[in-house]
Write a new protein. Structure first.
Length: 357
């Protein structure tokens, strides 16, 4: 029996069409998402960078030029007592609005997730306040919270409670403005949480019912843990929106300056007053960047908190990030070794077949 040596085959050359296909697979995803990033660079990143340049200058809007003064604008903002008053008011209104808003949104979403009649009607109804113009909402509620002839004080007087100074008292004005914010944004967050609730497998609730768990136990043991990623998203978006609140404080009275003693002056409202009231865009730009850094810092804190709270149901368990990376490397090495052994087996089988021939 003679042994034949297989002839060496010339490698097949990859044509231009195959290369174009490979380039298309690599580049097409970036081309699909490029319009967003191009638009963001034009209308987002460039204004941010331009504002940063202006914040270091004494800017003159008429000449569209300015004199470089370094950190002077930032020093003026941070040394101004109004900044700390505005910062206190901003965080006070943010806490008074975000916490009740989140609790109410979870409760309403849980009610809408039940088997009730006219589901579509009620789900559309919770979104109506969000569709309303913020100026209209602010005008209506500012009249409701009037000091002398407001509806709230009139109802309180009928039950023997004296008038509440909704405009002269700082805390009372914060409650009134937070009520406006809650009225407008609770329905929006409700629909987001409702969508997350509907994605929870119903098998969990059926198993819990068989085990004897009631509705309240199912809510706190199944619904709330499953909503963690969505809750973190809602908290982050509410934080960004709450720290940038402008419409409601602006329309709370007829002057729009944050009160005679800055009772409800927020950072965004003070920024507007500096830029378009005093025509000092250098200080306004510095204040805008300070607000941006505050939001960025709180966003980073939320990121670390979310990393510790989010639980992946896909099997990560209690492993740390280092352990997960080591397990992934071991899995890739195992797959490569199996592929190498399979290739060796195929090669040996081919050699034996040629020997038999």
């Amino acid at each position: 029996m003679t042994t034949t040596v297989p002839s060496s085959r010339t490698p097949k050359r990859i044509g231009f069409g195959h290369r174009m296909t490979a380039w298309d697979l690599k580049l097409s995803p970036y081309l699909y998402i490029s319009p967003f990033f191009i638009l963001f660079i034009v209308v987002g990143l460039f204004p941010i960078a331009y504002t940063a340049v202006i914040s270091f200058m004494d800017w003159d809007l008429v000449r569209n030029s300015g004199e470089f003064i370094g950190w002077g604008q930032y020093e003026w903002v941070l040394s101004n007592p109004k900044f700390w008053i505005a910062l206190r008011n901003t965080f006070s209104i943010f806490l008074l609005s975000s916490i009740p808003q989140l609790i109410a949104a979870i409760f309403i979403a849980a009610m809408l997730d039940q088997n009730i009649r006219a589901k579509t009607f009620w789900r559309m109804g919770v979104l109506v306040p969000y569709v309303m113009a913020p100026v209209a909402v602010a005008l209506i509620f500012s009249n409701m919270f009037g000091d002398q002839y407001g509806i709230i004080n009139t109802l309180l007087n009928r039950i023997g409670i004296p008038d509440i100074p909704w405009h002269s008292n700082a805390f009372a004005s914060h409650i009134a403005i937070a009520t406006m914010v809650n009225f407008r944004w609770t329905g929006y967050n409700t629909l987001i949480l409702l969508a997350a609730m509907q994605a929870i497998p119903r098998d969990y609730y059926e198993a819990a019912t068989v085990d004897g768990a009631g509705k309240i136990r199912q809510f706190f043991s199944i619904t709330v843990p499953s909503l963690r990623p969505t809750l973190i998203f809602v908290i982050i978006t509410s934080t960004i929106g709450g720290l940038q609140i402008f419409d409601e404080p602006r329309m709370y009275d007829q002057y729009g300056t944050g009160g005679a003693n800055s009772q409800w002056l927020t950072i965004s409202l003070w920024l507007y007053n500096i830029g378009w009231g005093e025509w000092n865009f250098g200080r306004a730009a510095a204040l805008a960047w300070i607000l941006f850094l505050i939001i960025l810092a709180i966003g980073i804190v939320n990121l670390f908190v979310s990393q510790s709270l989010i639980r992946d149901e896909g099997g990560r368990g209690q492993m740390s990030r280092k352990q997960r990376r080591a397990a992934a490397r071991a899995a890739r090495a195992s797959v490569a070794a199996d592929a190498h052994r399979a290739a060796d087996d195929v090669s040996s089988a081919s050699a034996q077949k040629e020997t038999v021939r």
